[in-house]
Design a binder for this molecule. Structure first.
Ligand code: ADP
Ligand code: FRU
Length: 302
């Protein structure tokens, strides 16, 4: 069991199960609806907690009913929220999601007015007992300072960062982490018109470029139904296929689950090839079920 700190977001996800995404100015009736806690880093922590780790969350909440629901959900998974910054007057970040019942794809509209986690709050966290720190690359300037501070205090503490969306100066986080996890959306955005055709060629070009930027780190990019690619210092490109369940029913948070699987595998001392496989296995189990409940070490079994 490891002590893990996650820095990033928690959201309220309003999930409408639909037969298809409507065209503009059209109406569609949802087949079902559920309201869940979401948010990349808290999704990752909920999975890590079920894999047996002790998890703490550093993030912000408002003082509305949505935030109370988020806190309750995290409590059920034993996530320590003692370092949460509560901001009065704002709203829980809300995501309006259409989940396609035929293929599990998710289309999201975000609403956000809650400020991101601040450096002052981070400085109050005692990092001493930590075995891993994972951050979402969101508020880049503050997260960069948090990573530098953690590195200065505990040079051996593994640091991972998720780079999901293109944001101003986000590249500066690459030199500060040991493990960087990119989305395919980010890879495609970075390569633009230069992008090769196949996922493998794109991942190879993109990850080698990132490796030049940050040679100290392991670089990983997940690629939906194509699995995931990874590059370690002085290595060839590693690939794991996806592990597709009998029916793909919910891909919301597949990447967050993949991140949990990767962190879990690295903490267990696995090499990059095995880590990618085990992260894809866990994410494959996730996309075959709604939400994250029940993702345990059994999901990692061959
Ligand atoms: P995100 O959820 O951030 O968009 P991805 O779509 O890359 O992330 O998915 C992360 C991981 O989840 C993939 O590497 C893969 O292992 C698994 N996964 C996602 N979609 C599917 C799918 N349709 N079938 C099987 N596995 C999937
Ligand atoms: C899934 C997710 C959702 C949330 C959104 C935040 O990866 O974390 O739970 O609504 O993304 O960007």
């Amino acid at each position: 069991m490891a002590n893990i700190l996650g820095i990033g977001i928690a959201t309220l996800d309003i999930v409408n199960h639909v037969a298809a995404w409507p065209a503009e100015d059209e109406e569609v009736r949802a087949l079902a609806q559920d309201v869940r806690r979401g948010g990349n880093v808290t999704n990752t922590l909920v999975v890590l907690s079920q894999l047996g780790h002790r998890c703490r969350w550093a993030g912000t909440l408002a003082d509305d009913s949505g935030s109370a629901a988020i806190r309750n959900d995290l409590m059920q998974y034993d996530i320590d929220t003692a370092h949460v910054q509560q901001i009065p007057g704002a709203h829980a970040p809300t995501s309006y999601i259409a989940l396609n019942v035929h293929n599990g794809s998710r289309t999201i509209i975000h609403y956000r007015d809650l400020p991101e986690y601040g450096l002052d709050a981070f400085h109050r966290i005692d990092l001493q007992a930590l075995d891993w720190l994972h951050a979402e690359g969101r508020n880049v300037v503050a997260v960069a300072e948090m990573l530098k501070d953690a590195r200065r205090q505990y040079p051996q503490l593994p640091l991972s960062v998720e780079i999901e969306k293109p944001r101003e100066h986000i590249e500066q986080l690459c030199g500060l982490a040991d493990l960087l996890i990119y989305s395919r959306h980010y890879a495609l955005h970075q390569l633009g018109a230069e992008a090769p055709i196949t996922p493998e060629a794109i991942a190879n070009t993109f990850l080698r470029r990132q490796q030049q930027r940050a040679p100290q780190a392991i670089h990983v990019c997940s690629w939906g139904e194509h699995g995931a690619y990874g590059l370690a210092p002085d290595s060839e490109l590693f690939h794991s296929p996806a592990f597709t369940p009998p029916k793909v029913i919910d891909t919301l948070g597949a990447g967050d689950t993949f991140n949990a699987g990767l962190i879990h595998a690295r903490l267990a001392g696995q090499g990059l090839t095995d880590s990618l496989r085990s992260a894809c296995r866990l994410a494959g189990d996730k996309v075959g079920r709604h939400g994250f409940h029940g993702l345990t070490t059994q999901s990692l079994q061959e």
